[in-house]
Design a binder for this molecule. Structure first.
Ligand code: BJ8
Length: 425
């Protein structure tokens, strides 16, 4: 560890011992899971570098931006519109929440039966181990599931500038009105924080920037339709995870470079798994960095993941925002249109999600679906019932997995996944 980095973390108020312990676990996990894969696309070298510098160079870049007067906004949900953040001359970072930390202390503030994602966000704050969280000038919490909603009440005492965004739960006209009002309130709050008024030009440019990074991921997704699969599910998930905190233009460029390489692989029928390897779609809760447990198990079991119906995946990135508006209001309308299509399980009813899962099965030629639910996540576990029913009616095999971030159930999950993969052969 360089002295510069140590000083940077110290200045952010991180607990250095705890932070180092986290970085060690992260580094070892990454090495074990990613670097042991065979025949990876060369372009993944960029993401290996990003991961090795996740608490280093990227944090330094953000701190340099702050020193130049730019504000950093942290978020826990894909409903927070990056377009508006960029247009207000600020930078958005997703706060990952994909690992257990300080669990004992967290359970003094939250009930034990809270999902791992929420507990993780608290653990990173209480343990003072997340440089993104500590460098943020504003954190956005959103009223989505009950767990998050109530957890933000407790987080409010731990975080200085917490902006709570109220989100609709029904896709009605009233729901849309609420979303627009909340995005306008968010815009006003950002303008106060940054001292920058969002202009039509800035908003148009930021819409194009975010569209470009989503379009790069659409291109990557589309290449995963090929058989043999040109990229592993693990590597594709990593690209979807890095989407949340990398510099947008550099991310877009790097994903497009991988896509160029994958196109050549497809042309020469070069795959990371042999042709006719069982193909799996993962559907359900978000898998945030460094939660690589499920794809690690699935791909070690001899199947390949070809898509993620998830907020760290296609649910979060599909649909571009119409950039043709000429006024700020017209473009806010377009942003509302785009985000209102996100089919999170907090919506009731939520038939679009069922349709999307079936569409993805067809598009990616998946042989089966693994429904991924975090323990105690009511919205996604409840919604697994209609999803399983709809898939069963179409004779699409589905395996429901309910788990957390611990490694205790890896053996048991491996047995179940292996049996499922066998069934697909
Ligand atoms: S738009 S999925 S990112 S809310 S796993 S905390 S739902 S109990 S994360 Fe999400 Fe936004 Fe929806 Fe996407 Fe609650 Fe479930 Fe925990 Fe969850």
């Amino acid at each position: 560890m360089s002295e510069d980095y140590r000083k940077m973390w110290q200045d952010l108020g991180l607990d250095l011992d705890a932070h180092n312990a986290l970085l060690n676990v992260l580094g070892q996990g990454y090495q074990q899971v990613f670097l042991s894969q065979q025949d990876r696309p060369e372009g993944m070298g960029y993401f290996d570098f990003v991961m090795s510098e996740v608490h280093g160079l990227r944090i330094k870049e953000l701190l340099d931006e702050k020193a130049a007067g730019r504000k950093i906004i942290g978020s826990y949900c894909v409903f927070v519109p990056e377009e508006i953040v960029l247009a207000a001359d600020a930078t958005l970072v997703g706060l990952c929440s994909g690992a257990d930390f300080a669990t004992e202390d967290v359970e003094k503030l939250l009930p034990r039966n809270t999902c791992a994602l929420i507990k993780s966000s608290f653990g990173f704050k209480i343990g003072k181990v997340c440089p993104y969280l500590e460098s943020a000038d504003m954190i956005v919490g959103e009223n989505t599931c009950d767990g998050k909603k109530k957890a933000y009440e407790s987080l409010d005492g731990l975080i200085d500038n917490l902006f709570i965004m109220d989100l609709p739960q029904v896709k009605s006209e009233n729901g849309r009105v609420l979303l627009k009002a909340e995005y306008q309130r968010f815009k006003a709050s950002l303008e106060t924080l940054t001292g920058v008024t969002v202009t039509a030009d800035a908003l148009k440019s930021s819409i194009c920037t975010v569209n470009a990074k989503r379009a790069a991921l659409h291109r990557l997704s589309s290449l995963r339709k090929a058989d043999p699969a040109p990229i592993s599910g693990l590597d594709a998930l990593l690209a979807n995870q890095v989407f949340f905190y990398d510099n947008p233009a550099r991310f877009t460029d790097s994903v497009n470079k991988i896509c160029d390489e994958l196109e050549q692989r497809i042309a020469s029928k070069q795959g990371v798994f042999p042709e006719k390897t069982p193909r799996i779609l993962v559907s359900g809760c978000p898998q945030a960095v460094p939660n690589w447990k499920l794809p690690m198990i699935v791909e070690a079991a001899g199947a390949v993941i070809v898509g993620e119906e998830s907020c760290v995946g296609e649910r979060g990135t599909r649909n571009l925002t119409d950039a043709s508006g000429e006024t700020v209001d017209e473009m806010i309308e377009a942003i509302v249109d785009r985000y209102f299509k996100v089919d999170c399980a907090i919506f009731t009813p939520n038939p679009e999600r069922l349709d999307h899962i079936q569409q993805m099965v067809a598009d990616y030629k998946a042989d089966g679906v693994i429904y991924y639910g975090l323990q105690f996540c009511q919205p996604y576990l409840m919604e697994s019932m209609p999803v399983e029913k709809a898939l069963e009616e179409k004779n699409i095999p589905c395996l429901r997995i309910e788990t957390d971030y611990s490694m205790e159930d890896v053996g048991q999950l491996t047995t179940r996944v292996e049996a499922f993969v066998e069934q697909l052969r």
